[in-house]
Every structure is written in structure tokens, then in C-alpha cells.
Write a protein that binds this ligand. Structure first.
Ligand SMILES: *[C@@H]1O[C@H](CO)[C@@H](O)[C@H](O)[C@H]1NC(C)=O
Ligand SMILES: *[C@@H]1O[C@H](CO)[C@@H](O)[C@H](O)[C@H]1NC(C)=O
Ligand SMILES: *[C@@H]1O[C@H](CO)[C@@H](O)[C@H](O)[C@H]1NC(C)=O
Ligand SMILES: *[C@@H]1O[C@H](CO)[C@@H](O)[C@H](O)[C@H]1NC(C)=O
Ligand SMILES: *[C@@H]1O[C@H](CO)[C@@H](O)[C@H](O)[C@H]1NC(C)=O
Length: 942
């Protein structure tokens, strides 16, 4: 059983497309093979380290983060997001040959990398989009070393001009680049024919077709090689990829290490090379945001609160958030250095300010905080005085949050407040709710207070670098969550969560591992703090007298137990009253788990699932376990239902990588909502559990978005395509609808489809952006009409630009390459012609070319100096080139391709060269048989 499950996992992880270095997992079975994941992590960390040495005055990443382990974790999270973005590019862009540097399309790849500069700048307002784009750019930068002959010529060094300056010579489209090698399933070391110029391999089925050679030819274009690439069987046979250390996968496996080394160096250069790296394009501040090159400082958590009667809801929200933060962090490195609470009112004699070093003292104070009615019935309070009192007690460089719903009665002290805050570099932010303002407005019939109060708090914010958040009582909790999380991230992990129903046993085990610095148990549904107790493994009851633990009952009906540095063991939670409860167990710990659900496409590649998993389909749960230590292990991955019960559990496959462990298992999607839970042993051998916070809702409908992946143009309509497929077992009527955050959607916003099981339907929605230089987000959802429940929901973002990058469309194509023309003997006798139109404006064109050169003629007007289209492109050729692309590139490297295909997807087959004398009829029959067999294989593969 145990071995069976390992084998299943290994197989399912193995099926991943090879298109360059492996994206995520190692298919050749050699654990020393390096993937895009490894290259990205190593290269990026090296770049960040260089940045820190040069700009922060520290010798290494570890030195920089020596007092801020969770800051380092946050940085690693960014690096992991980037490596996933790189890996996902392989599947997402599998049919675009130049993205992988395939098929001698190196000039296109070079321009694609050049275009990254503008693309990244356009995404600087959205760090997630920025990282996704950066991942796509790095994917091509890295693929260059596995897929071209650079390493064969120059060894394990980066090509500094790639994507930046002029590209060195690339082999001509009609030039043979490789020597034929009959032994195409093994290493073929010296098979490259060209010298001093770049070439790359063709890869069958990846958006390119290897030009056929006459039977008996001894040279031809190079192939990528390896079992996924059938072009390795066509002259020039074998291949040149350096994806792996295994000869069967990589004909140039002997250069894998050097290709890896060069790709790491190129990744590092792309990020921080002096003058040309991304750092120099976006600047230091954004670079530090993108990779979280920031250290936590010892800061005061400070709040100044108006505690008049109208503030009851606000104070409840502040209480909840502060208690949540403190019970999570007191005793850990994420705890604020100290606490300041300033209470203000009217008259000023009711103002008080407090400072606490001990987080528990702050909790006690906050717990007992109550609003007080004022005898004075006007709205304004002594806010300036309250703010000043807080500033006085605070550490430098810490933020202050002021909560009020009223004006400052002492607004004349504005300058005094600003000066005091600036002297200590304290940004003062205000969270303003408006109850008092409304009351006054209705009395006076105009909104007088609101103007003066806003200006008081806005002027302070402006002078000190703070913000003003205007909110209502209902959403103050959310605003507060966001602002506090920003400055005091608590980053707790979940150990477990479950429903403790009245019928369960009265004891629950809690697995405490040796990495836990703060353990927090929260029980909702309890009615007093004494409802629940916790016992140590030795049977001792925790009594909260040591100063290292606390137990409180909150106003929201929750009992919270927080224990610092609990001994690693199995602890016992015991209830003293029997009721239905919900329990969350969280902790501060260095062992962190990040998860992805990977989906496998029809063509075999693994990529991260977007949207909800389809019921009964198989997916791989891929967990990145960080800080596990050299002896740590993961042994099982379970799916749990909404009550915390295990639905299914599988043994995990574990792979130690440079900076983390990969733990993975493959599951069939259950029919209920689920979470993922990991079981393992920490570095000292103690059991640990971690639960991921994401809930996955299985769905019976698949929703694919085929929207524009490039930028959209202001004032121009773009279509967003979708496909909806019924993956369930009964006929269902779905509604597909679109929404967006900028009101750019035009016309229809929803469509209904009744679909039989297995059936699908296509549709489009139109968007027409009206504002340039924004990033807008749209969401397409599919819901079941009868229940109104959303089944799938996919959100995408697009950049709006006012530059219309080149866009090539085929206007007309004439000619057919039938089976009789598709062989090297006859193909030149059959001609085709086509024309295309290229639109663009606000940019200049750099070049127009085709991806295959053999007897292809391309004609267009002189493009020099043209700043807008449309222009016509005429192209003609013969059936030796039955399919090709027209490439249009602008001066910034933006590429558009027109897809031309005359042979119904078939490729040219090798035949005896007609120029050689061959009178024997036997040969002709033989030739035809070859052609037919190959075609049948081709059709079966479709
Ligand atoms: C970067 O290049 C500039 C100009 O060539 C030079 O002055 C500077 O010292 C270089 N910086 C580093 C870190 O090499
Ligand atoms: C923050 O406080 C800790 C412990 O109190 C101390 O070790 C550390 O040096 C302080 N860091 C800074 C930047 O002041
Ligand atoms: C709880 O842990 C103890 C060991 O400490 C073990 O004997 C017992 O079986 C566990 N109970 C459950 C329900 O897992
Ligand atoms: C039981 O364990 C706790 C935590 O490790 C410890 O504080 C306590 O002293 C122990 N009690 C006894 C009786 O050993
Ligand atoms: C428990 O955790 C879940 C998910 O993380 C969260 O939605 C819920 O609010 C938490 N409940 C309590 C009582 O903290």
C-alpha cells in the first residue's frame, strides 16, 4: 500500500511537459537535475543579496534579517511567488515558440525580453501582476541557456546582451544547423554544425514545425530532443537540449550544469545588473516592495481613541483587532516592542494616556475599555491633546492610529501635533467614522463639521506621511485589519481547526511541535473563559499565573488561550460544559507551508489551478514547506471537510530543494468543500500539523478564459472569450457573467447556457477601456441558475495603454497544401499566397519577418518612420512551408504574430530527392508508404 501510493504520486508528478528546463518537478528521475524553480530561487536570492550588500550595509540576507525571521519569511514568499510565475509560463505559453527560444526564433525571444522593460513599468502599481510579468520574462531569459547553442559556444556564462543590446548573429532560416545522428534517443555531443552564431532546436507540437529534408540528407535544422519531441526522429536527428542530466532526455545533458549556471547568472543579471537590471528600471523603493527587502523595526503599537458614547462600535472593533494581534504575537518576534493607548474625550480632564511593555497588560486594559457619556453635548473632542499624549509616549518611527467620529475641539494645536509627530518620525493616520457628523448635519441642514474635521486630520496626515480612512461603523473592522496587518504582520500558521460538537469526546489533542513560540487556541460558542481548560502532556493544568500565558473571554463570545513557548508535546484541550463549539488552533512558528493545486492539461503539463477544482478530477496538491530543517519530514497530506474531519489522506512524496521541501500527493476532488492539512515531523522529530487557510469548493462546471493576455488599448473594444463546460452528470443551465472594477464592460454582461453533461459552449464579452495607464480587473463567473450559486469565478487583470502595439491579422489566404504536395520531392511545385494587415499607432515598427524562410517572399511598404498603420503585408511561398507565422515587432520589442497554415496542420514528409536519378518504381511506392504512415500517426496524435 505504502509503495503503491508513492508510485502513483511519482507517476503523476512525472507527467510534465519538457520545453526547456523542467518547470517544477524532475521527470528524468535524477534529483540533481535543476528546474526553473531552482534557477529562479538561486538567481533571485543572489540578486537580493547583492542588493543588500550594496545598499543596506549588510554582508548577507541572513545578516540583514538576523533580528527579523518573519521578515525573511515574507521575502521568501515573494521569491516563491516569482518562481511559480516562472514555472507557470511553460504551460501557459506552450504554443508560442519564441517564449522558449525554440525553432531559431531567438531574435523574437530577444525582443520579447526587451519588451519586458515597458511591461514591468506598466505594472508597478500592482505587485502581483508585476511578479507574474517578471516570471514570464525570466522564463525566456532562462530557457535561452537550455535551448540554444550559447553554452556549447561560450560555456556556463550569461549572455549579457540578450534582451538588452544588439543580438549576435542567428543562423539563417534556411541554413542547416545540425548534423544528422541516427542514435536519437541518447547523448549526441558534437552534432551542431554552425559556428559562431546562435541556433536552437525545433520542438514538435510546440508552435513550430521542423522543416523536412530529403531522405538521405546528412544535415538539417536541430531538434530540441528528448521523448516529448518527435522532431528528434527527423533529419537532423537527435537534439541539443540541456534540460536535464539524463542523456535520454537531453542530448546535451553533459552541459546541463553549465546551462544551469548561466541561467542563474542571467536571472541575477536581469534583476540587478548595473544599469540594465530591473532594479534600475523600477528604482530601489519598488524593488524593496517587490521582494520585501525590509526589516521590521522595534515599533510601538499606538492608538488614540475617542471614547465618547457614540464610539461604542469603533471601540469594539479596536478591541477585537488588538486582542487578536496580541494573543497571536505576545512572546514572539512578531510582537510590537511596546504599546501606547491614549483615550480622549471632552472635557480634556477625561483624557488619559498609557504605555505598556507587557502585551498582557495591554490586553487587560483594552478588555476593560468602555465608552463614557459626556455631559457636554457638542460633537468635538480634545483630539489634538489625545494625539500629543500618545506621541509623547511612543518610540520613534512608529505609526499612530487615531479613531474618532468627531471634530477636534482643540484644532488650534494642529501645528503643535505636526511638529511633535515629525520630530519622532511618526506617521499619524486617522480612521474617521461619521455618525457624529450626520447628527450635526441634520441639525444644521449642512455638512459643516465634516469639512473642518477632515481638514484637521488630513493636514496632520499630509504633514506626517499618514493616511485618512473614512469609513462607516460596519467596515471599520476591515479597514483596521488592513492597516494593522500592514505594519504589524502577525503571520500565524494554522495547526488545526474543527467543530467540537456536543456529541464529541470532551478532550481534544493538540499537536505542539518544537518550533512553536506562541500557541493560540480560540473557541467560539463558549460563554465564559472557564468553559475550557488546557492540560500539559504530564497532566498539569495551565493556570495562567506564570506571566507566560493568558486566557480571556471576549465581548464577541470567544474564549482565547495564548501560551508562550509551550513545551513540544501533545497537549489536551478539555471542555467543562457541553455545547457545539468551533475551535481554531494557530501559532507562531518558523515552519510555514504554502500550497498550490496543480492541474494537468491534455498535453501533460502541470500548472497551477485557477478557479475551483472539478469534482472527481485528479489534482496534485503541491506544498512548499519552509524552515523544516535537514531532518524534518512530511508524511501525509489530508483533505479535511468544513468541520475538520479528514475526508481522505495520502502518503506524501517529499523532495528536498535548496531552500524548502516539496511535499506532494495526488487526490481525486471530493464532492464537498475542503482544506488541505499536512502531517510531518519537525527537525527534532516531534510531530507537527499545518493546515492551509484556503477553502476549495469543488465545482461541476469548468470555466476557461481566453481573454487578451496582452495590454488593451484605451478607446478600443477588446473581446474576452470564455468557454463553459458541464463536467457534471446531469443537464444544467448556467449563467456566465462578467463584472469589472472600472465599468469598462460594454453591452451584455451575462449569458445563459443549458448544457448536457460533457458539453460546452463559447462566448465573448466586450470591454472598452476609457482610462489609460490603469490596471483593471474583471471577474467572469459561472453560476447554476436554479440555485443562484456561483460555481466558478476567475479574476484577471489587464493593463490599459494608449500605445497601440502592432496587431497582425490575416486578411486573405489562398492555396492548399494537400497530401500530394506535402513531401520534399513535390512541395516546391505547389504555391500559396496570403495577405495580412498590421495596425499600430503611437509606436514605430522595427521589423516584419516570417518564422520560416524557405522560398518565402514577404512584401510591405517601407516601415521606417511610420508611426501608425494600418499597413498591408503580402506573403507568398510554396508547400515546402505549409505553415508559418508573420512576425511584426515594434521598437520596444512588442511582438504580434499572424498564423498562416495551408496544410491543415500536416507537415512536409521526407522523400527521395527528385534531383537525384531514381527510375525504379519500387522506390516511389516505398516513398508513398512512408508518407501515409507518418500522416496517420500525425492524425492520431491530434
Ligand atoms: C555602475 O556603473 C556606474 C557607471 O558605469 C559606475 O559608476 C558604478 O560604480 C557602477 N556601480 C557598481 C555597483 O558597480
Ligand atoms: C529590537 O529589540 C530587540 C530585543 O528587545 C533587540 O535585540 C534588537 O536589537 C532591537 N532592534 C533594533 C533595530 O533596535
Ligand atoms: C491523544 O494523545 C494521546 C497521547 O498523548 C493518545 O494516547 C490518544 O490516543 C490521543 N487521542 C486521540 C483522539 O488522538
Ligand atoms: C508539566 O509540564 C509543564 C510544561 O512543560 C511544566 O510547566 C510543569 O511544571 C510540569 N508539571 C509537573 C508536575 O511536572
Ligand atoms: C477560524 O479560522 C477560520 C479560517 O481561518 C476563520 O474564518 C474563522 O474566523 C476563525 N474563527 C475564529 C473563532 O477565530
Amino acid at each position: 500500500m505504502m509503495y503503491a501510493s508513492i508510485i502513483i504520486i511519482t507517476l503523476s508528478l512525472c507527467i510534465e511537459l519538457s520545453n526547456g528546463f523542467f518547470a517544477r518537478t524532475i521527470r528524468d528521475g535524477n534529483w540533481r537535475t535543476k528546474t526553473h524553480i531552482d534557477i529562479t530561487v538561486t538567481g533571485t536570492l543572489r540578486a537580493i543579496e547583492k542588493y543588500i550588500k550594496l545598499n543596506k550595509g549588510f554582508g548577507s540576507i541572513d545578516d540583514f534579517f538576523s533580528n527579523d525571521a518573519s521578515g525573511k519569511d515574507t521575502m521568501m514568499k515573494k521569491v516563491f511567488a516569482l518562481r511559480n510565475a516562472v514555472a507557470d509560463t511553460q504551460g501557459k505559453k506552450k504554443d508560442i515558440a519564441y517564449i522558449h527560444c525554440h525553432a531559431d526564433q531567438i531574435f523574437l525571444a530577444h525582443n520579447f525580453v526587451k519588451s519586458c522593460k515597458k511591461k514591468l513599468i506598466a505594472r508597478k502599481g500592482d505587485l502581483d501582476e508585476f511578479i507574474t510579468q517578471l516570471g514570464e520574462c525570466l522564463y525566456t531569459v532562462q530557457s535561452f541557456y537550455s535551448n540554444t547553442n550559447w553554452v556549447e559556444m561560450f560555456g556556463g556564462v550569461a549572455y549579457e546582451d540578450f534582451g538588452i543590446n544588439d543580438l549576435m548573429e542567428v543562423a539563417a532560416l534556411e541554413e542547416d544547423t545540425c548534423l544528422d545522428n541516427a542514435d536519437y534517443n541518447s547523448q549526441c555531443k558534437n552534432n551542431i554544425k554552425v559556428n559562431g552564431k546562435l541556433t536552437s532546436g525545433y520542438h514538435q507540437g510546440r508552435g513550430n514545425t521542423k522543416p523536412a529534408k530529403a531522405i538521405g540528407s546528412s544535415t538539417g535544422k536541430c531538434s530540441h530532443g528528448g521523448p516529448d519531441d518527435d522532431s528528434r526522429k527527423l533529419v537532423a536527428r537527435c537534439g541539443i537540449n540541456k534540460d536535464t542530466l539524463t542523456p535520454e532526455w537531453s542530448p546535451h545533458s553533459h552541459l546541463h550544469e553549465q546551462a544551469y549556471k548561466a541561467a542563474v547568472q542571467a536571472t541575477d543579471n536581469f534583476l540587478v545588473a548595473n544599469g540594465t537590471g530591473v532594479l534600475y528600471i523600477i528604482g530601489q523603493t519598488l524593488f524593496e516592495d517587490v521582494f520585501h527587502v525590509k526589516r521590521r523595526r522595534n515599533m510601538t503599537l499606538a492608538v488614540a481613541i475617542d471614547y465618547t458614547a457614540s464610539m461604542t462600535d469603533d471601540i469594539a472593533a479596536v478591541k477585537t483587532k488588538v486582542i487578536e494581534l496580541l494573543t497571536n504575537t505576545v512572546g514572539s518576534s512578531n510582537e510590537p516592542a511596546d504599546y501606547v493607548l491614549s483615550l480622549f474625550h471632552d472635557p480634556e480632564t477625561l483624557n488619559t494616556a498609557h504605555k505598556y511593555i507587557d502585551g498582557y497588560a495591554m490586553i487587560n486594559k483594552i478588555q476593560t475599555l468602555k465608552t463614557v457619556h459626556s455631559n457636554d453635548h457638542d460633537c468635538p473632542e480634545y483630539a489634538a491633546s489625545g494625539t500629543l499624549a500618545a506621541i509623547e509616549l511612543m518610540r520613534d518611527n512608529s505609526p499612530l492610529y487615531v479613531f474618532t467620529d468627531a471634530d477636534a475641539k482643540d484644532a488650534h494645536r494642529l501645528q503643535e501635533v505636526c511638529n511633535a509627530a515629525k520630530a519622532k518620525n511618526i506617521p499619524v493616520s486617522s480612521l474617521l467614522t461619521n455618525q457624529c457628523s450626520r447628527r450635526k448635519r441634520s441639525a444644521l441642514g449642512r455638512d459643516e463639521r465634516s469639512v473642518s474635521s477632515l481638514s484637521f486630520y488630513q493636514q496632520i496626515a499630509k504633514a506626517t506621511g499618514g493616511n485618512v480612512y473614512e469609513t462607516d461603523k460596519e467596515s471599520i473592522g476591515n479597514v483596521l485589519d488592513a492597516v494593522i496587518e500592514e505594519t504589524f504582520p502577525s503571520s500565524e500558521i494554522i495547526i488545526d481547526s474543527f467543530d467540537w460538537s456536543a456529541t464529541d469526546t470532551n478532550d481534544q489533542n493538540i499537536t505542539v511541535d518544537s518550533t512553536i513560540t506562541v500557541l493560540k487556541i480560540s473557541v467560539t460558542g463558549s460563554s465564559a473563559e472557564t468553559d475550557v481548560d488546557i492540560y500539559y502532556a504530564n497532566g498539569t493544568l495551565e493556570t495562567y499565573t506564570s506571566g507566560m500565558s493568558t486566557r480571556i473571554y471576549t465581548s464577541s463570545g470567544e474564549t482565547i488561550i495564548s501560551i508562550q513557548h509551550p513545551a513540544d508535546s501533545i497537549m489536551k484541550l478539555r471542555r467543562n460544559v457541553i455545547k457545539d463549539w468551533k475551535v481554531n488552533i494557530t501559532a507562531q512558528s518558523s515552519i510555514k507551508v504554502d500550497g498550490e493545486i496543480l492541474e494537468q492539461s491534455d498535453t501533460g503539463e502541470m500548472f497551477s489551478l485557477k478557479g475551483s477544482p472539478i469534482s472527481d478530477n485528479n489534482y496534485t496538491v503541491d506544498l512548499s514547506v519552509y524552515n523544516l530543517g535537514p531532518n524534518g519530514t512530511c508524511h501525509n497530506i489530508a483533505l479535511t471537510d468544513s468541520t475538520g474531519n479528514i475526508i481522505v489522506s495520502h502518503q506524501a512524496l517529499q523532495l528536498q530543494r535548496g531552500v524548502d521541501n516539496l511535499c506532494a500527493a495526488t487526490f481525486r476532488t471530493p464532492n464537498v468543500e475542503f482544506q488541505v492539512k499536512l502531517y510531518g515531523n519537525d527537525n527534532s522529530g516531534r510531530s507537527f500539523t499545518r493546515k492551509l487557510s484556503e477553502f476549495y469548493k469543488p465545482s461541476s462546471v469548468e470555466l476557461q478564459i481566453t481573454g487578451p493576455s496582452d495590454d488593451v488599448i484605451v478607446g478600443k473594444e477588446s473581446l474576452i472569450g470564455y468557454e463553459v463546460i458541464n463536467r457534471g452528470t446531469v443537464t444544467e443551465t448556467y449563467q456566465v457573467s462578467i463584472s469589472d472594477d472600472h465599468s469598462f464592460v460594454q453591452g451584455t454582461t451575462s449569458e445563459d447556457y443549458t448544457l448536457l453533461p460533457g458539453d460546452g459552449a463559447n462566448g465573448t464579452f466586450a470591454v472598452k477601456p476609457t482610462t489609460p495607464s490603469v490596471i483593471f480587473s474583471y471577474t467572469i463567473s459561472a453560476s447554476i441558475i436554479s440555485t443562484g450559486k456561483i460555481q466558478q469565478s476567475v479574476t484577471r487583470k489587464l493593463v490599459v495603454t494608449d500605445v497601440e502595439r502592432p496587431d497582425c491579422t490575416v486578411v486573405h489566404a489562398d492555396g492548399i497544401c494537400g497530401i500530394s504536395s506535402l513531401n520534399t520531392a513535390n512541395c516546391s511545385l505547389y504555391n500559396w499566397t496570403a495577405s495580412a494587415e498590421v495596425t499600430f499607432s503611437g509606436t514605430l515598427l522595427q521589423s516584419i519577418s516570417s518564422t520560416v524562410g524557405m522560398s518565402v517572399k514577404l512584401a510591405h511598404v517601407n516601415i521606417t518612420g511610420l508611426s501608425f498603420g494600418p499597413i498591408a503585408v503580402n506573403i507568398s511561398g510554396n508547400c515546402c512551408t505549409p505553415s508559418l507565422y508573420i512576425n511584426v515587432i515594434d521598437v520596444d520589442g512588442f511582438i504580434s504574430q499572424c498564423d498562416l497554415s495551408f496544410g491543415d496542420g500536416q507537415s512536409v514528409q521526407s522523400a527521395e530527392d527528385v534531383s537525384e536519378p531514381s527510375g525504379s518504381p519500387g522506390t516511389d511506392v516505398y516513398t508513398i508508404i512512408i508518407i501515409l504512415t507518418v500522416c496517420v500517426i500525425q492524425m492520431l496524435k491530434k
